[in-house]
Each structure stands twice: as C-alpha cells, then as structure tokens.
Design a protein around this ligand. Structure first.
Ligand code: CP3
Length: 444
C-alpha cells in the first residue's frame, strides 16, 4: 500500500516536470518565433536509461505513457500553458484509457523502446490504391467523398489489417481534410493529389483558415475513429499533416517539385509565414487531440516534404511549429511518430521537435540513422518502396537488411521508407510481414 502511494507521488512529480518542459518550450517558441526551439531539444535529449536523468523530460514521457497503461490511478490535472489549446473536458480519463488499451502491444512498446516479443510492422499508404478490395468498394468521386463516409472509411482502414496481419491500422483520411473542412477550397484529384483553386498568397488568405472544430467540421472522421476502435484488435494510428507540408499544398496549389512559391513566401514575408504556420499548427493539434480523444492509440505527424529544406531553414521556419504540434499532444501519453522524406540531414532536428519515433526514409541506412538520433528514440522504417515493387526476392532481401541494421534494438517499428506504391503486388507485402515477424529479433 505504501509502495503504491510512493509510486503515485513519484509519477505526479514527473508529470509536473513535463508541464515545465512544455511551458519552457512554448515560451521559447513564442518569443523566439523564427529562431529556435531549444526547449524542444531539451525535451528529448536526456537518456531515460540514465538514473541521473530521472526527472528528465524523456523519462517523464515514459512515465506518463506507463501511467496511461495502469488503472488511471489519480491522473493529475495538467493545466496547459497559453499557446497550447485548453484540454478538452474529460481528456484526462479518456487519454488514459486510450493510451492504456494497447500498452502491451508490440507496436506501442516498440514506439516506447520497451522490450517486446516481435518486431511490429505496418506500411504507410497501406490503406487503398494497391488493394483490389479497395478499388472494388472505393466508388466514384474524390477521396474526400470517401472519407466523409464513416462505414466506407472504416472498411478501407480494416482491409490491409485483415489481409497483411500488420500490427497497426492507419486511419483512412488525408492530411488536407482539416483545411478542406474549414472551407479553404481544395480538392484531391485522383492520380495528382491535393489541388487548390485559389492558392494562399497574402495575409487576407489567413481568413480562409479559421480554427477547426472537429465535432462540427469533421464529425465523419471522429465517427470512423470510434467505429475502428470498436472493431480493431491492433492500435489505430491517427495522423495530421505537419504545418510545412500542408502549407506547401495551400501555397503551390498542387503537388510541387521545388516548392518555389512556398519557399519564396517563407523568405520574403517571414511574419506572414509564421502566421500561416501557427494556424496550421493549431489545426493539427486540434485534429490530433480529437482523434486521440476518440481512441487513437498513437499519432503520426507527416512532414513528407520537409526534406526540401536545409537544416538551418528547417530550424528557423518549421521546427518551432512542428515542435508545438508534438508538445500539444504530449500530455495524452500516446506515442508520437514524426516522418518526412529526404530528411537525412534533418534527422536530429526531427527528433528534437519532440518525437518518440523518428520516421526514416530509405536513403539513410537504419544503423546510420540510429547513430545520428541516439538510442533513446525509436525509429520507423525503412525498406525502399521500389524493392517491394520489384517483387518478393528483392523485398525480402531488403527487409532482412533493414532488420540486420537495426540489430535487435527494441525501438524499431518496421515500415517502408515512404508509402506503398499503387502498382505493388499485395502478396509481396504479405511476404514482407511474414519475414519481419518470423526473423525480426528484439533485444531484451
Ligand atoms: O494508407 C494510408 O496511409 C492511410 C490514408 C492516407 C491517405 N493519405 C489516403 C490517400 C494517409 C495517411 C495520407 C496522408 C497524405 N496525403 C500524405 C502524407 C503521407 C505521404 O504519402 O507522404 C500526403 C503528402 C498526402 C497528400 C496526397 N493525397 C497525395 C500526394 C495523394 C496521392 C494522389 C494520387 O492519387 O496518387 C493523395 C490522395 C490519396 N490519399 C489517396 C489515398 C488512398 C489516393 C487517391 C484515391 O484513392 O482516391
């Protein structure tokens, strides 16, 4: 009994530390704006395995996560600082329940660098495109129409889980759904991607990005999440587009190779840039929290196109905002994955933004990625998607190489280095899941 009380007291102290870290970071982000988010770096760098760092933020995150897995023992009320949104009523208990349900699942344990019995695997873009059963039910219209139908979206999300036996489901939705839902005026053209009729150009366009009210603006997304949580026996990953990647669509008006308009705005009108990023960060936080409230067990922040930036550009124009998004869901205790493509030079910064799991594309060998980000953060990745396209032999050889480079580190979520390509043979992905589950090892 005494031990339990001491335990609770320790947890409370640690959680307060997290709040300090969040407050510290928010202040830095606010005041420094374009310059630094060193508070965010502080939040991730200390080692949770080092006893001296017992009050470190990394340890606090781990402690909060495990708190979620217990019986909601007196979860302390946390008052978030100004720049972050207020907690939704009841989030303490809901966050606790949703973080706890899959605490012993290999996917969640791997995200937390905790030992588990098999290497977990899922695939970005596993829902849709490459699956014949998806094409059979997808229907006409844009993907935005399909997302607005919870029964259809639930079924599409479940299809790859059934077929492949992957260890996590990814919500069938899209990163542009919140901007679409507040009426920015965009569509998603099949074979092309998001397109905007009147791209973001000036301060007046900020008015087209009012705050997101998930219950009113995207009730269909929340209904899909609830239906999935009721049906799934693996964790559901919720997600949002990171401010930079969403901004790139709003500014370019369509997918881009060089992000010339986006970067021009960034360099020419830094104040407007940060105003836009702040709105998109608020939208991402609100969307992610609503998905977690309704039962998502982990979240992924997709900054797919951040690799278009140099490290100093990323640090000045993007990191403070992505960092605020990740800090804005920290108190829920759910693992946070942070992913981008061509981010070899940005990996440390992507970690510093506050991720529990750093997504790595196929260009950086996993052992090199590990050397760059350190042992205390989990990695996700990173089989080259074209090796899957090439067939079973190439895919299995590539998967074995990824496993070997991870060398049994418990913090590894197997995935592709980017999304499943539409022309892929689903049987090849089944073979990858099988080899990862059969041959992957996890050090105790
Ligand atoms: O399977 C999953 O990963 C879950 C669903 C999901 C989609 N989009 C469905 C989708 C997720 C997580 C996304 C995120 C997303 N959307 C990202 C980040 C991930 C990444 O791939 O880097 C980005 C950059 C977008 C923007 C976007 N939406 C693009 C580039 C495209 C592709 C256009 C095409 O047809 O090739 C889309 C459309 C889209 N989103 C499709 C799907 C299944 C295909 C269109 C369709 O089936 O109608």
């Amino acid at each position: 009994m005494v031990v339990v009380v001491v335990d609770v007291v320790v947890v409370v102290v640690v959680v307060v530390d997290v709040v300090d870290v969040v407050v510290g970071m928010a202040v830095v982000v606010d005041d420094a704006g374009a310059t630094t988010a060193s508070g965010a770096a502080d939040a991730t760098s200390p080692s949770p395995r080092n006893p001296q760092d017992v009050a470190s933020a990394a340890t606090a995150r781990t402690a909060m996560a495990s708190l979620g897995g217990r019986e909601c023992l007196g979860t302390p009320e946390i008052v978030l600082p100004g720049p972050l949104p207020p907690r939704a009523a009841g989030i303490g208990s809901l966050g606790c329940m949703s973080a706890g349900r899959f605490d012993d699942h290999p996917f969640i344990r791997a995200c937390r660098c905790q030992p588990h019995d098999r290497v977990p695997v899922w695939f970005m873009r596993q829902a849709g495109r490459s699956l014949p059963e998806y094409r059979a039910i997808r229907g006409e219209g844009t993907i935005l129409d399909a997302i607005a139908d919870p029964d259809l979206s639930t079924e599409i999300t479940l299809q790859p889980v059934r077929r492949y036996g992957v260890d996590a489901a990814i919500l069938y939705s899209d990163i542009v759904v919140p901007a679409h839902a507040v009426g920015f005026g965009l569509t998603v053209t099949p074979g092309v991607g998001p397109e905007v009729e009147h791209p973001f150009r000036s301060a007046a366009d900020l008015d087209r990005l009012r705050p997101l009210d998930p219950e009113a603006d995207t009730p269909y997304v929340l209904e899909t999440v609830r239906q999935l949580v009721a049906e799934l026996d693996v964790p559901l990953i919720g997600f949002a587009g990171a401010p930079f990647t969403v901004a790139s669509y709003l500014i370019e008006g369509r997918p881009s190779r060089d992000y010339a308009n986006t970067k021009s705005l960034m360099f020419n009108d830094e104040a407007l840039w940060h105003s836009l990023m702040e709105r998109l960060a608020d939208m991402a936080i609100t969307s992610l929290r609503s998905q977690i409230d309704n039962g998502a067990s982990a979240i992924q922040l997709f900054d797919s196109w951040a690799g278009a930036l140099s490290p100093s550009q990323y640090e000045r124009y993007v990191l403070p905002h992505s960092s605020r998004v990740l800090a804005g869901v920290a108190d829920t205790g759910v693992p946070r994955i942070h992913f981008g493509v061509t981010t070899g030079e940005l990996l440390e910064l992507i970690r510093d933004a506050g991720a529990d799991v750093v997504g790595v594309d196929w260009r950086v060998p996993l052992d090199r990625a590990r050397a760059r980000v350190g042992d205390d953060v989990a990695l996700q990745g990173n089989l080259d998607p074209t090796m899957v396209l090439a067939g079973v032999d190439a895919a299995v050889e590539g998967a074995r190489d990824v496993l070997a480079r991870n060398a049994g580190h418990p913090g590894h979520v197997f995935n592709l280095g980017h999304g499943v390509m539409p022309a892929v043979d689903p049987d090849v992905l089944s073979a990858v899941v099988e080899v990862v589950h059969r041959e992957g090892t996890v050090n105790p």
